[in-house]
Design a protein. Structure first.
Length: 118
């Protein structure tokens, strides 16, 4: 089982990034996918979530209207389009896979750093 994030980096305030998470080793279409972030000294928190078929999404209040989560089940990948980035978005972003039939069955990626700074 693997979740491999990519797309992080340094961006100026107001800029955009697109994070990708490539999945392998499990039945991707049976998993709800999420992005979490963890800033230094803070707990990991949910950024966005998408259902297994992509039909429903939800977002943290802090990113509503700026971030878009999407998935491609054929490519076994989930994405996070991040627009109008703010310094407070700086964090490590983690991909998370949750099996829809068993709450205890989930995986984490290794994380990708996003830094928003001028």
């Amino acid at each position: 089982v693997q979740l491999v994030e990519s797309g992080g980096g340094l961006v100026q305030p107001g800029g955009s990034l697109r994070l990708s998470c490539a999945a392998s080793g499990f039945t991707f279409s049976s998993f709800e996918m999420s992005w979490y972030c963890q800033a230094p000294g803070k707990e990991r928190e949910l950024v966005a979530r998408i259902t297994s078929n992509g039909g429903r999404t939800n977002y943290a209040d802090s990113v509503k209207g700026r971030f878009i989560i999407s998935r491609d089940n054929a490519k076994e990948a989930v994405y996070l389009q991040m627009n109008s980035l703010k310094p407070e978005d700086t964090a490590v972003y983690y991909c998370h896979a949750q099996y829809v039939f068993l709450a205890q069955y989930y995986f984490w990626g290794q994380g990708t750093q996003v830094t928003v700074s001028s």
